[in-house]
Design a binder for this molecule. Sequence first.
Ligand SMILES: Cc1ncc(C[n+]2csc(CCOP(=O)(O)OP(=O)(O)O)c2C)c(N)n1
Length: 656
Amino acid sequence: MSHERMANLVRALAMDAVEQAKSGHPGLPMGAADVATVLFTQFLKFDPSDPHWADRDRFVLSAGHGSMLIYALLYLTGYEAMTLEQIKRFRQLGSITAGHPEYGHTPGIETTTGPLGQGLATAVGMAIAEKHMAAVFGDTVVDHKTYVLASDGDLMEGISHEAIALAGHLKLNKLIVLFDDNGISIDGALSLSDSTDQVKRFEACGWASWRIDGHDPQAIAAALAKAQKSDKPVMIACRTTIGYGAPTKAGKSSSHGSPLGADEIKGAREKLGWTHTPFEVPPDILSAWREAGARGKPVHAAWTKRLAALGDKRAEFERRMRGEISDAALTKAVREIKEKLAASPKEIATRTACEFALESLIPALPEMIGGSADLTGSNNTRTKSMQAITPADFSGRFIHYGIREFGMAAAMNGMALHGGIVPYSGTFLVFSDYSRPAIRLAALMGVRAIHILTHDSIGLGEDGPTHQPVEHLAALRAIPNLMVFRPCDAVETAECWELALRAKDRPSAMALTRQNLPQLRNRLDEDNICAQGAYEIAGPDGPASVSIFATGSEVSIAVDAAKKLAEKGVAARVVSVPCFELFFEQPDDVRAAIIGNARVKIGVEAAVRMGWDAIIGADGIFVGMHSFGASAPYKELYKHFGITAEAIADAALKKL
Ligand SMILES: Cc1ncc(C[n+]2csc(CCOP(=O)(O)OP(=O)(O)O)c2C)c(N)n1
């Protein structure tokens, strides 16, 4: 079967599906069909009968708008779930051919793409994960590549720079980027807004990079063959024509993101020599594609034998790839931490409590890989025993991500998606804005990536308002499926870590303090009390007329306020709310009991009020931030902004 016929079937399916849906992007699939056909028929190692095969090559269509390309490839190579019927239902509710590739929604999709640049940055994490797993389990069972198809848009996004710099630094030579170098974006020619020499840029970042004709199958194959042997990551700039084959729209932005229209499609069929009706799949071409899809079967079978030969390590490899944390190891580690804290309570910052917890968690859970965006000493995410991952040795468990918050968060997604790793990282809470789009994708995909976000309020003090988050907790809580933890002491920090680790299908953000906090929970609780999201941490024996709800560093302030109220004869209880999301997921009666029916409800958090009304009601009192912070020693700031025990008690008394 000729390459041309096979590639043209991809083009035909893409233009027909977009036409039928009356929406979508035909230009990229038509332009990149040659590159993708060579990759999928000659190089990519995969087995459509097992989309989760651990040693498959990963393919990331970073330019997710070209989704019809990957849907067509999955169908043609024989992924069972991807039927022609699904292709015909492109972009319709309930189909697996959504508008952009979605992980978990469509078998064979390795990561959700659409937000340009992130696919590439996620792939960097996959390539790191491959190297680490190979270092731990050996290259007889872990030896695969990560391929990315990236567009101009992917490479224009700032995130691409963080990603390629990190990949170049780490010499991720099994990462191969195919750049769909078509010189066109939505507004028109790329020359309207960009004149970067991408090959030089990648070379400057430590990549091997060169240009080829992206419509010449021999050139594509030769480049991919050369890339296999590289000692650096590889970027192949494939010169293509967007909308290849369309008579008047090829090479123009008009083929980028809308149906070609009946006349243009008719013309494209003529130009491509495609005599078939819409959605017609010539059996001989399909069978050539299916044959290409079956290439991986014997390779997979041979791998299965090598896996069996792994002996004792096999079960551990499989456990890690399934993402199942050892319940016994985690339970034991958390118990150990809590016992130590009960025996000798610690007045420490929660960032320090995090490190204290990690000292037990890291040896217990070998799948945890930590890191920091150049704030290692401030985030306390590296324990003493952790070795750094380096280009020469990937067996380490700590990544110096550099000052690349977004690249870090995207790479974490890639590691989690690859499997075998539970990534966590550190930066300041205020800079979660920089990593937010990747945190959002983690939540959308349902992957376990754990973000340690320290210096979580005005409590960081003298670095001032540029570094003091005020709206970030609310902003993170607004992301569906993300758990935002704000523990109040060392015990809660350990419990929140346990919850984050056990949540296999969701990411977490943990806001931790710079300043020391008293340990409020001094007895040993067998259960994870934070699992409910909120609980009464202090209160009178009888009914209370004031309920104070607080998180993190403000819980101890709330406890002091309750004491002041008690001195005035007012019974007040304090509810610690380490995780809004877990609290809101409780049954109504549990929630109602925790909220209680005190006459006065007060929320205390050194951040903006947004989100708090769900707990304290619209008529509740909120003690927190109403503006940006300021630079000063933190105790002065708490006084200045009125977040004190006196202020809380006064507000309660006024309202009673
Ligand atoms: C972060 C982000 N910004 C904007 C968009 C909207 N968008 C989709 S494709 C595209 C650019 C298209 O140009 P290119 O990447 O070269 O793709 P091609 O036209 O070659 O298909 C834009 C701006 C997006 N998907 N992601």
